[in-house]
Design a protein around this ligand. Sequence first.
Ligand SMILES: *Cc1c(COP(=O)(O)O)cnc(C)c1O
Length: 374
Amino acid sequence: MNSITTVQPDPILLTPGPLTTSLRTRQAMMVDWGSWDDKFNELTASLCYQLLDIVNGTNSHRCVPLQGSGTFAVEAAIGTLVPRNGKVLVLINGAYGKRLAKICEVLGRSYSTFETAEDEPTTAADVDRLLAADPAITHVALIHCETSTGILNPLEEIAKVIAGHGKRLIIDAMSSFGALPIDAQTVPFDALIAASGKCLEGVPGMGFVFARNESLAAAAGNSHSLAMDLHDQYTYMAKTGQWRFTPPTHVVAALHEALLQYNLEGGLPARLKRYAKNCQTLLDEMAKLGLRSFLPESIQAPIIVTFHAPRDPRYQFRGFYERVKAKGFILYPGKLTQVETFRVGCIGHVNDSGMRAAVAAIAEVLEEMEVVEI
Ligand SMILES: *Cc1c(COP(=O)(O)O)cnc(C)c1O
């Protein structure tokens, strides 16, 4: 095949998934696997084993992978693990928390919400008070790192309070899993949900749920949906070693390869260290340009940073985005309703020199756009 295209280096995605993956991970997708292939089913089994190990959940939990984007796995977890007569308390400080509530609404699960400002973490004291006030609540659902701003919610303290009340916890750890430590033995949860294309640096296409053994075993018949039934998915996989329906073979192979590199790099502590350095470099270099982050550093997770947009009328996100993209970096729009912002991810196959180069590109673009008032 002959095609005349200008070969340009791939842009670096500073977005919280899809994100930049390594060449090695992308090359792992060059094989077409059959779903009945023993080798492929070994890949799935090895993947689940390794994923569970990251949360220290090998004995207490099962890993149930699911085709689709992260939201599919969140919806499947709520639909499978919350009984139809259960009630979910949803803790919200951003768009993903609101999505949890929407899922409960659509699935017809009873729920209530507790919302704090987008720069205000939910506290354990809030949860303690809410649970004391409403004994009908059976489950609490929260976002660990709320990706719409980058805010970190105090998971460990909240989990303790929930366990103290004898209630169950569902964690959307989509953007934190693999980088921020979570130990299933000290953070008691019924379900923790994450996906292939975030801090593990795989490609998007599958989610996975760590479900507590007893809760999963008791979940038969809860689900409203055939395809989203994690109990059924797990039971079939345990029996046959295969995915229940067509597996995302290339995504599985890429994630398996990404995990090999994760371990080579030094596992979670090394990943956290690299992301934390990315985040600090980003904050420091942007501050030199006068660009301020939306969150105080004390509640900022090293996953994604929200910046106030420049006040200058010559700034608008579209043009800014296109110009920065032309220099090789993909940014992310803001997701706040009250303030004009944009976001820069710290995760993916990128290090602090990449972050420095990204900020240098941003500086050039602001100059080209004649943005003076920051
Ligand atoms: C990425 C993400 C999701 C899943 O989003 P999808 O677009 O469905 O992959 C869910 N929750 C959080 C906190 C996320 O960062």
